[in-house]
Design a protein around this ligand. Structure first.
Ligand code: NOJ
Length: 522
């Protein structure tokens, strides 16, 4: 019997941009609660909310100053409890974002740690003496560019930060820190949350001797400074697995199938280790291959096949098309192919994660220079690495500010918000929203789609076709990844969904056409 996180779909809410309830232009928990019925109508099973904890917002909440409270901009702990109860009352699960690799430099732990070399919390962070020339201890580079080491004149040492200097890395080799962070999981599990997405899980432990990372032979400056070296010694160390296994034991100690999802950008073979080899680790190591893939039938078929084959026994697959860090699918493949992509995401074998706004085909929004907020863009401008374009407010209707806020939105709305919004698409059978609802409905209705086996049928030209099967139920998904018609023979049976509407022609897939087909039992 499949669990909810296997058969269900997850929806990512970026809380600053979902719904504002108090007119400050920033989304909040009461806003999310007011929009839960959208998620019910959409047909998802769980929402994952990006960080809501007290934070100076140097990295918009991924710099946590208190792991066990709610930032006033988002509301209160009481608001969170209400949101959780309201979600549960609707049958929705709620996942929070756990950020264990680093805290904010404003966290009281870091203030103590940097106060003196003999402070009891000194070792809760990563402090090193300078190199003999007085420079940083090694060549490690921050993911946001520049040295990952920040000099602290007061105590005469450097501290390590894989991201901003306002995000010092925690030292997971310290048992007291480790215990304190495990208590954070218990705090939220005790309140009733159904699981966590774990931020940069593969970053959590660094090589004990801090050797230099090797240079990256493929580096080009436009990739961003972090790619100048390979993160061989600063990430994916063997000791991380015992930590993930401990988190899993905590999750498993609670009733009701709590789930852990790991954010991990690694090649497939290494990603698989995070299911756990000696002991279970995260239930779902995020599979980001579709986020990075070239939109080509053979390429997609090969990566799906590679992923399916690499899964360990009992390991449940998952797929992600977009998130708050990467360009939106509608901008990557265009509006028509975004419909085909939605069909792919929601018919592959494994738990899909939908990024807010993708269900109405939201595209990246160009941000005027004077409105840029993202530290990624501010630190390495002009490379196209900024994440503001994918974090713009959700357009709900055609009223002022798209129903998102009564104030001035923290980031601008896209130019098409008055027509591309939830209300407009809700009444339009041909809309992207209608397609998402239809596909999510089909996943609930047909076990073959939710939990059935996967078999590739064809990857020829622009056609990617596969079969999902559960017992006698057999569903064929045929996708045309191009704009030109392609030959493809659908079997006998019924069309359950189409990206283009109307009746598919026999023997051919129209341009940008994807079809879900219930094959007649032989
Ligand atoms: C990954 C998050 O998804 C990203 O938004 C954040 O900037 C970094 N981790 C640092 O927490």
């Amino acid at each position: 019997m499949a669990t909810w996180w296997q058969s269900g779909a997850i929806y990512q809410v970026y809380p600053r941009s979902f719904q504002d309830s108090d007119g400050d232009g920033i989304g909040d928990l009461k806003g999310i609660e007011a929009r839960l019925d959208h998620l019910v109508a959409l047909g998802v099973d769980a929402l994952w909310i990006s960080p809501i904890f007290p934070s100076p917002m140097a990295d918009f909440g991924y710099d946590v100053a208190d792991y066990c409270d709610v930032d006033p901009r988002f509301g209160t702990l009481g608001d969170f409890d209400e949101l959780l109860a309201a979600a549960h009352a609707r049958g929705l699960k709620v996942l929070l974002d756990f950020v264990p690799n680093h805290s904010s430099s404003a966290h009281p732990w870091f203030r103590e740690s940097r106060a003196s070399r003999d402070n009891p919390k000194r070792d809760w962070y990563i402090w090193r003496d300078p190199a003999p020339d007085g420079g940083p201890p090694n060549n490690w580079i921050s993911d946001f560019g520049g040295s990952a080491w920040e000099w602290d004149a007061v105590t005469g040492q450097y501290y390590y930060h894989a991201f901003l200097k306002e995000q010092p890395d925690l030292n997971w080799r310290n048992p007291a820190l480790r215990a304190a962070m495990m208590d954070v999981l218990r705090f939220w599990f005790d309140r009733g949350v159904d699981g966590f997405r774990i931020d940069v899980l593969w970053h959590m432990v660094k090589h004990a001797q801090f050797p230099d990372n090797p240079p990256n032979p493929a580096y080009r400056p436009e990739m961003g400074g972090m790619h100048a070296v390979l993160q061989l010694h600063s990430t994916d160390q063997p000791e991380v697995h015992a930590i993930a296994a401990e988190m899993r034991r905590i999750a498993d100690g609670y009733d009701g199938d709590r789930v852990l999802i790991g954010e991990i950008y690694l090649p497939v073979e290494r990603l698989m280790h995070y299911y756990g080899r000696e002991a279970p680790e995260v239930h779902l190591p995020f599979n980001f291959q579709l986020i990075e893939a070239t939109w080509d039938a053979r390429h997609l078929a090969a990566l799906i096949d590679e992923y399916e084959r690499a899964l360990p026994p009992g390991g449940w697959p998952n797929w992600v098309l977009g998130n708050h860090d990467r360009p939106r699918i509608a901008s990557r493949v265009g509006e028509r192919q975004a419909r085909v992509a939605a069909m792919l995401l929601l018919t592959l074998r494994g738990t899909p994660t939908i990024y807010y706004g993708d269900e109405i085909g939201l595209a990246d929004v160009a941000i005027p220079r004077d409105r840029v907020q993202d530290p990624r863009e501010l630190r390495e401008p002009g490379l196209g690495l900024g994440r503001d374009p994918v974090r713009t407010p959700m357009p709900w209707n055609d009223s002022e500010h798209a129903g998102f806020t009564s104030g001035e939105p923290w980031l601008p709305l896209g130019p098409d918000w008055s027509t591309r919004n939830v209300a407009a698409q809700g009444g339009d059978e041909a809309s992207m929203l209608a397609l998402y609802r239809r596909l999510l409905h089909l996943r609930r209705k047909h076990a073959a789609l939710a939990v059935g086996d996967f078999r590739l049928i064809e990857a020829e030209g622009d056609v990617l076709a596969f079969e999902r099967r559960n017992g006698d139920e057999r569903i064929v998904v045929a996708l045309n990844l191009g704009a030109e018609p392609q030959p493809f023979a659908l079997p006998e049976g019924d069309v359950l969904a189409s990206t283009r509407g109307g009746t598919p022609k026999s023997g051919v897939l129209r341009g940008d056409e994807g079809v879900v087909f219930l094959a007649r039992p032989a």
